[in-house]
Design a protein around this ligand. Structure first.
Ligand SMILES: [Fe+2]
Length: 595
């Protein structure tokens, strides 16, 4: 009889584990949270002191930075998406850059810009020709060296089939100087049911030992597109004579007559990135390290010459801000270092671009720019408050879902927020300026004792200063909070990168990968389903009525409550089924034993 009891208990236990209730209970333990569970109580994981806060740049003689082809063969090959998935930009460099007192720019017309491509390896049915350019970085100061670039080529492929693999070579066929074969895949059509496989996001990359880990891990995650949210090569951590880069330029070189750069670092960066950028499109936006002032008040010359972006196709006609589609996602890349005021060209373009987005075709609206608006670290605290004040309402009115930024060298994910107030329809702001550059990781929070920066500490390189004291909430009347602000859901000082996987028109999985985590262990520094609620948030585009909420209020998210209730109902129903099964099995048991 005791044995029978054990058998019954084992049977019940088995039934429970395989029942929906058991599965729900087990699953709930490891369940990935969703934004519907939020807003979340602010959480901080502090910097692991066993890790180094930074590392040196790779030297120019590192094999990954060295030129591997002879002129005029192509190198530094990079792809960029066009506005439409039927087009793709291919860029590369030929020839040799010069650096010295006297430099003579190359003639870009001496090497053709051709891309030979087709759907089968080795068979290039199509050829497309493009344009070539050079740029110079000139410093009219005693002892400083000048630079003039090799020839930079840009070709826009058109008429590509959707969701197809293409094989291509680039270069000049008349000089018998074509690259080896590379391959890429076009995006699916813009539709609520089709999405890019994985969207990688990283900022403030540089080219240090930490950068190499970030890019290794990012490549292992096999993304289909790569958002590079500003501060790319950090060539401006060097004197024009090269040598060793410094984590702090003004500290290391206080007598420099201008913020110098060592432009060959850009060439090294392009070579280092080529294995990734020749396969998947890299979408760049400018950061402060791209400003690079030079003779005649000119700036951004390297950024503008080296990177193709779909500015013409999207109607912005400025490489400083643009938009494009990838499957059912409309991406908007904004410029923080050009006029962002409501009276300016960027704002007018943004307004028109947002107006034409059809959320039935591209349900997801993802924006990115370099300096974050929401940031609780001491570094760059409230630095771009003027930009936020000019543009935030417009993005909120149009239901932007996610905003990615860099600039702060750490990770931070915000609760949904609008105008510093928790809001169910505000975007999810995420800072990923943790790519691994030479300037080191940021570890201080503005709410740490003694770490609130002075109002003169964080002055932007462009635009005005609009620092403010909060007008409501726990920090009312103060410049800094005394604890982690309620709009900051999670923050951690660590190097890493993020991957966004859009699952359908309302769910996307965001995973932040830390460099110190070992891959294959399914580990992540932060993971959450970002859930859109179009029925709640897209009722009236143009409406700025806030949908405020708080983590202390049970009325915060109706959908969240529904979700919780749903789980409870499944649980009760499962218990009912188990009960019934137990009775039936008990009867069967008796029949078998006493028959
Ligand atoms: Fe920056």
């Amino acid at each position: 009889m005791t044995c029978a009891k054990h058998r019954i208990a084992a049977l019940f236990l088995l039934l429970f584990f395989f029942s929906p209730a058991g599965m729900v209970a087990a699953k709930d333990k490891d369940r990935i949270p969703t934004t519907l569970d939020g807003p979340f109580r602010p959480a901080t994981r502090r910097f692991d002191p066993s890790l180094r806060r930074g590392s040196d740049d790779l030297p120019m003689n590192d094999p990954r930075l060295a030129k591997k082809v002879r002129s005029p063969f192509p190198e530094q090959i990079a792809l960029a998406a066009s506005y439409s998935p039927t087009s793709m930009w291919v860029s590369w460099v030929t020839g040799d850059a010069q650096i010295g007192k006297n430099v003579t720019p190359m003639d870009p017309s001496t090497v053709a810009s051709e891309v030979w491509y087709g759907e089968e390896s080795g068979k290039y049915s199509f050829v497309k020709r493009g344009t070539a350019t050079v740029y110079s970085q000139l410093y009219p100061f005693e002892g400083l060296l000048n630079y003039t670039s090799a020839i930079i080529h840009h070709v826009r492929l058109e008429g590509l089939k959707l969701g197809k693999r293409y094989y291509y070579k680039c270069g000049d066929s008349s000089l018998k100087a074509l690259s080896k074969e590379h391959t890429f895949e076009t995006f699916p059509s813009s539709s609520p049911n089709m999405y890019p496989r994985r969207i990688a996001v990283v900022g403030d990359l540089g080219l240090t030992g930490n950068t190499t880990t970030t890019i290794d891990h990012l490549s292992q995650n096999n993304p289909s597109i790569f958002l590079m949210v500003g501060d790319l090569s950090y060539a401006n951590q060097y004197l024009t004579t090269g040598g060793k880069g410094a984590p702090c330029f003004s500290c290391a070189f206080p007598d420099a007559p201008i913020r110098e750069t060592y432009q060959p670092r850009w060439d090294g960066w392009g070579r280092f990135m080529e294995p990734l950028t020749s396969k998947i499109p890299m979408m760049v936006i400018e950061g402060n390290h791209e400003i690079e002032p030079q003779v005649g008040g000119m700036s951004f010359k390297s950024y503008l010459a080296r990177f193709a972006v779909p500015s013409e196709e999207c109607g912005s006609n400025s490489s400083f801000y643009y938009s494009f589609n990838a499957g059912g996602v409309h991406f908007i890349m904004l410029g923080a270092y050009v006029d962002y005021n409501q009276s300016g060209a960027q704002y007018a373009w943004l307004k028109a671009d947002l107006h034409q987005v059809d959320r039935q075709v591209t349900p997801w609206l993802v924006a990115a720019w370099h300096p974050p608006w929401y940031n609780s670290y001491s570094s760059h605290y409230q630095e771009f408050e003027c930009m936020r004040q000019e543009m935030e309402a417009l993005l909120y009115q149009h239901g932007v879902d996610i905003v990615f930024s860099g600039h702060v060298h750490a990770y931070e994910r915000m609760n949904r927020v609008f105008n510093y107030t928790l809001d169910r329809c505000g975007p999810v702001y995420i800072t990923v300026g943790d790519g691994g550059n030479i300037e080191q990781i940021d570890i201080d929070h503005a709410d740490d004792p003694g770490k609130c920066p002075s109002k003169s500490a964080n002055i932007p390189e462009f635009g005005g200063v609009c620092h403010l004291n909060f007008s409501s909430g726990p920090a009312k009347g103060k410049f800094c909070w005394e604890q982690q602000p309620e709009w900051s859901a999670f923050r951690e000082s660590s190097f890493g990168h993020g991957i966004l996987e859009v699952i359908n028109s309302t769910y996307a999985l965001w995973t932040w990968h830390r460099n110190q985590d070992i891959y294959g262990e399914n580990s992540s520094g932060d993971q959450i389903y970002i859930v859109r609620q179009p029925e709640l948030c897209l009722m009236n585009i143009g409406d700025v009525t806030p949908r405020t909420c708080s983590y202390s209020s049970p009325q915060c998210s109706s959908s969240n409550q529904c979700a919780s209730q749903g789980v409870q109902y499944i649980y009760l129903f499962s218990l009912l089924i188990i009960g019934s099964l137990c009775v039936i099995l008990g009867e069967l048991w008796k029949t078998m034993f006493f028959w």
